[in-house]
Design a protein around this ligand. Structure first.
Ligand SMILES: [Zn+2]
Ligand SMILES: [Zn+2]
Ligand SMILES: [Zn+2]
Length: 289
C-alpha cells in the first residue's frame, strides 16, 4: 500500500508572520527571530513512493514552500501534479504567478478552482496570461464533487460562506484509506454554513480549522473591527467542539499575527492544549494512507 502524507507548508493568516508594517509583540519577535516566522496556510499531499505531490493553495510564500516540500521528500525539480485553490484572497492564490513566464514557465499544471474563480483567473490580468501561455490549465470543480488524485486519496471541495468578492470559497475533505481530514482555513461564521461543524468534525479523523482570531480582543488590539473581517473565534469553536477532542484531532490553522495562541509566552497556547485542542506547525505530517 503506498503512503499518502499530508504535509503542512504554512500555518498563518494570508499575510503571514511577521505581518507587513506591524510591530506588535508577535511580529517584532518574528522580525528578530526567523525561526518563529510563519508562512501563509498551505498543505502538500505527498505520495513519496510515486514521487509526486499536490498542493492546496498557492500562497505568496510558494517559492520557499516549494523548496521545503521538495527537499523534505526528495522531490527536487519535481513540480506539483496539481493545485487545489480555496479562494481568491491574498494568502491563497497569488503564488500561481511563480508558474508564469517570469519564473518557472511551467506547462499545463492542472489548477482546480470553482466556477467564479476559474472565470476570474482566465479573464483577468495578470492571471489570464498563465492560461494564455498554457502555464496552467484550470479545471472547474464543484461543491461535493469528489476528485480522485490517486487510488489512495480523494479530495472533495465544500462550499463555505466567506467574503466572496472575486470567487467562491472552498473548504476541502482530504480522504486517504486510513484517515479523513477536514480543512477549513477561512469561514465567516459556523452558523452561516449550511452544514453543522460539530457533525462534520465528528466524521473527520483530523480537522484543520480557521484559527485566525482567538478572541474579539486580539482584533481590538490591532484596531480592526470584527464585523469587517468575520471569522469564528477560537474560543467559540472550542466551546462548540469540546466534546469531540477525544475522538477527533482538532488543530487550528490560518493564525493571525495578533493571535495570542502564537505568543512566545505560551500561556494561551497551554490553555488551548489543556482543553485537548492543538496548534498546527509548519513541517507537521499526517499519514492518510
Ligand atoms: Zn485566508
Ligand atoms: Zn503584528
Ligand atoms: Zn479569505
Amino acid at each position: 500500500m503506498s503512503e499518502v502524507i499530508l504535509h503542512v507548508l504554512g500555518t498563518a493568516q494570508d499575510a503571514g508572520l511577521p505581518h507587513p508594517n506591524c510591530y506588535c509583540k508577535n511580529c517584532t519577535e518574528a522580525i528578530s527571530n526567523p525561526q518563529i516566522r510563519r508562512f501563509a496556510a498551505s498543505l502538500a499531499i505527498v505520495l513519496p513512493e510515486e514521487k509526486v505531490w499536490h498542493l492546496i493553495d498557492a500562497t505568496p510564500d510558494l517559492k520557499v514552500q516549494m523548496i521545503n516540500v521538495q527537499m523534505k521528500f526528495n522531490l527536487k525539480g519535481q513540480l506539483m501534479e496539481s493545485i487545489f485553490l480555496t479562494h481568491a484572497h491574498l494568502g491563497h492564490y497569488p503564488g500561481l504567478l511563480f508558474l508564469g513566464r517570469e519564473a518557472i514557465g511551467s506547462s499545463s499544471v492542472p489548477v482546480m478552482a470553482g466556477t467564479k474563480m476559474k472565470r476570474m483567473l482566465e479573464e483577468q490580468a495578470p492571471w489570464s496570461q498563465l492560461t494564455k501561455l498554457n502555464n496552467i490549465e484550470i479545471r472547474e470543480i464543484n461543491d461535493g464533487q469528489a476528485i480522485t488524485v490517486s487510488p489512495h486519496v480523494t479530495i472533495i471541495p465544500v462550499d463555505v460562506p466567506h467574503r466572496n468578492e472575486f470567487s467562491e470559497t472552498f473548504a476541502y475533505w482530504i480522504e486517504g484509506s486510513k484517515k479523513k481530514v477536514l480543512y477549513i482555513p477561512d469561514i465567516d461564521r459556523w452558523e452561516q454554513w449550511d452544514q453543522d461543524i460539530y457533525k462534520a468534525c465528528e466524521e473527520a479523523d483530523i480537522c484543520l480549522l480557521d484559527g485566525t482570531f482567538y478572541s474579539a480582543e486580539d482584533l481590538e488590539k490591532i484596531g480592526r473591527d470584527y464585523r469587517e473581517i468575520p471569522h469564528p473565534l477560537m474560543t467559540e469553536t472550542m466551546d462548540r467542539l469540546q466534546d469531540l477532542v477525544e475522538q477527533t484531532e482538532i488543530y487550528f490553522i490560518h493564525l493571525n499575527h495578533s493571535n495570542p495562541a502564537i505568543d512566545s509566552d505560551k500561556g494561551i497556547r497551554s490553555l488551548i492544549e489543556t482543553k485537548g485542542f492543538h496548534i498546527v506547525e509548519e513541517g507537521m505530517n499526517f499519514l492518510l494512507s
